[in-house]
Design a protein around this ligand. Sequence first.
Ligand code: MLT
Length: 205
Amino acid sequence: MSATGWRYLSEEGGDGPALLMLHGTGGDERDMAGLGRSLSPGSPLVAPRGPVSEGGMARFFSRTAADPFTFPDFDERIDALAGFVREAVPAHGLGGRPLYAVGYSNGANAAVGLMLRHPGLLAGGVLLRPMLPAPAPAGLHLAGTRVLVAAGEADTMIPPPRVRDLLDVLRAAGADVEERWERTGHGLTREDLAAAAGWLAGVPA
Ligand code: MLT
C-alpha cells in the first residue's frame, strides 16, 4: 500500500493496543506485521518500511560508514516518520487510541526518536535492542509514556552503556520504564518475545 509517500502495511484488529511496527536494518513491513500479529493477535497495526536504503537494506535513518553511531539525517527522518504516523493513524480508524511502537534495532531507535522529538505521539512501546540515538532535548517530558526496553548483555551492535544512556534519559523524563536484560546478543530470544507479548497484554488499549 502507498499513502503519504511511504510503503506500509496496515491490518485491522480488535480491542488490542494499536501498534506501530518498526523493523530493523534490512527488515520490512511484512516481517513486522507478522511479528505484531503473533505478539498481540487482537491489535490493529501499521507497519511502514524505512525509506533509507543502505546497500538495499531498509532503515529509518542513515548512518555513516565511518561511524555506525553517527546518524546525519536523524532529525529530518524522524520528523517525516512522525508525519507518516499523524496521517496513517486516522486514515486507519485509530485516531484517539493510544499508539504503541514495537521496534527492533534501527526501528527501536526510530521509536526512541519519536519519543525524543515528538513526545506524546506514542503512548509508549516495546523497544527491542534499542539505544539512545540522539541527545535528549532539554525539558523532555515523558510522564505517562510506558516503555519496555529489552536489551542483550552481549549485544555488540548496541553496547550496554548506550542502552543505559537511553534508560537514564527515559527515566529522567518521567517515563514508566521496565527493563529486561537477556544473556544474549543482538538477536531476539523466545524470552524477549514472551516478555513483549505479556507487556502488550497489560497496557491500556
Ligand atoms: C542503528 O543504526 O539504529 C543502530 O546501529 C542499530 C542498527 O540498525 O544496527
